[in-house]
Write a protein of this length. Structure first.
Ligand SMILES: *[C@@H]1O[C@H](CO)[C@@H](O)[C@H](O)[C@H]1NC(C)=O
Ligand SMILES: *[C@@H]1O[C@H](CO)[C@@H](O)[C@H](O)[C@H]1NC(C)=O
Ligand SMILES: *[C@@H]1O[C@H](CO)[C@@H](O)[C@H](O)[C@H]1NC(C)=O
Ligand SMILES: *[C@@H]1O[C@H](CO)[C@@H](O)[C@H](O)[C@H]1NC(C)=O
Ligand SMILES: *[C@@H]1O[C@H](CO)[C@@H](O)[C@H](O)[C@H]1NC(C)=O
Length: 376
């Protein structure tokens, strides 16, 4: 009996240890030497699965959403896109269609036209790179230290995009509560490239507060991309002055909440828009977010020209245990996704004059820095 029990415990322990840790769900942990920040990643999607920083009391909190079982990044039909690198083309592509060189209203039977499978708004557009975008691909580790990990992905003309793209994503932590992500991609043929890092934040980690409506937000932007009912750009911009989109002066996310009904689409309350940054140098934070409850403050600087802010109206996914799961779910506005990105669907909006076509001799890259501190 004892032997059977011992064998059972051994097998159970073995299963527990190996469960979910095989590639591509292998976990890599990086920590800054001063203990200010610890991040965990899986190869699948080069995805961040946990991010621990210290609150104003000196206690560490895991401030990003995710799963306890990371294989749900692949299998969860809701596909909320928890903290991966998104590509080859993030956000939406009108009717899944574009041409090279780009044209307005590219028709599927036109010259040099590409059609990507549509997966959003009942087939009216492509979201986040197609049916299986880079966030659901098996990246591989090419180098790793105690403070840094670099993943690689080869996209061999997947999802109908032209040419092969070889992409590297490096995540690094530094003393003083700093996380830095850099991406670099090369392509064998002319292709659109627009990558983002799709992180869902709750700076209280569901301790002392259950939503992000009282988080303070600053966005260094005076214009938002106007979109149609499929959330693809009309070509116009909205001046944020005298609208709920105005976060040039810091305010709580929920301050104009009653005025946000319908702003993120039909039947949706809150935000899901692309803000174009005013600054043309990346040294200044594009976004600042903090919570009085935890005192955790985040400053984001980036080389990207824009940012998508989504207050997660459609979310309904069991929480990690550390956030009170699995009986409680992540639901509407329990988190805010902040995605550093390019001008959305510029490949179908030639009037903007924004060039997102890369290829031989023209590499794609950016870096984003997340700096944590505390407010008292
Ligand atoms: C969208 O793409 C499909 C498939 O290629 C095509 O049949 C349809 O005409 C396109 N719709 C528009 C509005 O261009
Ligand atoms: C990625 O890994 C998953 C899980 O092991 C596997 O089911 C899938 O087939 C892999 N995808 C590719 C493209 O190799
Ligand atoms: C693209 O990738 C595929 C799969 O690895 C390979 O067979 C092909 O030779 C590559 N093409 C180019 C132009 O690099
Ligand atoms: C928002 O609307 C609700 C319900 O209509 C109302 O009770 C509340 O007072 C409003 N809040 C503000 C700040 O206007
Ligand atoms: C939590 O989310 C899961 C998956 O979407 C769903 O099946 C379940 O009903 C949700 N629970 C609640 C209480 O809404």
């Amino acid at each position: 009996m004892v032997q059977i029990l011992t064998a059972f415990v051994f097998v159970a322990t073995f299963l527990h240890v190996s469960y979910g840790v095989e590639w591509p769900f292998d976990i890599t942990t990086i920590s800054a030497p001063d203990g200010s920040i610890t991040a965990k990643f899986v190869s699948f999607g080069a995805t961040m699965t946990e991010l621990w920083v210290k609150d104003k009391f000196g206690n560490a909190r895991d401030i990003i959403l995710g799963y306890d079982d990371n294989s749900e990044l692949l299998t969860d039909p809701a596909h909320p896109v928890f903290n991966p690198i998104v590509g080859r083309y993030a956000n939406r592509i009108k009717n899944g269609t574009f041409s090279i060189p780009i044209t307005q209203n590219a028709q599927p039977d036109g010259p040099n036209v590409y059609h990507i499978p549509t997966n959003d708004h009942d087939g009216q557009d492509t979201l986040h790179g197609g049916i299986y975008g880079w966030d659901r691909r098996n990246w591989t580790i090419v180098s790793k230290t105690k403070t840094s990990v670099t993943y690689h992905h080869l996209d061999a003309a997947d999802e109908g995009f032209p040419g092969n793209v070889s992409a590297f994503a490096t995540h690094t932590v530094e003393n003083g509560g700093i996380l830095k992500t850099t991406v670099h991609a090369t392509a064998t043929e002319l292709t659109p490239l627009m990558l983002t890092q799709h992180i869902y934040w709750n700076l209280d980690a569901f301790q002392g507060s259950q939503d992000i409506l009282s988080h303070h937000l600053h966005v260094d932007s005076s214009k938002v991309v106007a979109v149609d009912s499929n959330a693809v750009p009309t070509g116009d911009f909205i001046d944020v002055a005298d609208t709920p989109f105005d976060f040039r002066t810091t305010k709580k996310i929920g301050d104009a909440w009653n005025s946000t009904v319908g702003l993120c689409g039909d039947g949706c309350q809150g935000f899901d828009s692309c803000w174009i940054y005013d600054h043309d140098e990346s040294a200044k934070p594009g976004v600042t977010l903090w919570s009085d409850v935890s005192g955790i403050k985040l400053d984001i600087t980036t080389e990207n020209p824009a940012v998508q802010v989504y207050t997660a109206f459609w979310l309904n996914t069991p929480r990690k245990v550390v956030h009170g799961g699995p009986s409680l779910n992540y639901t509407k506005w329990t988190a805010v996704a902040i995605e550093q990105e390019g001008y959305i669907d510029a490949i179908n909006t030639p009037e903007w004059g924004v060039d997102q076509i890369y290829g031989p001799g023209k590499d794609y890259s950016w870096s984003s820095t997340y700096k944590f501190s505390t407010v008292h």
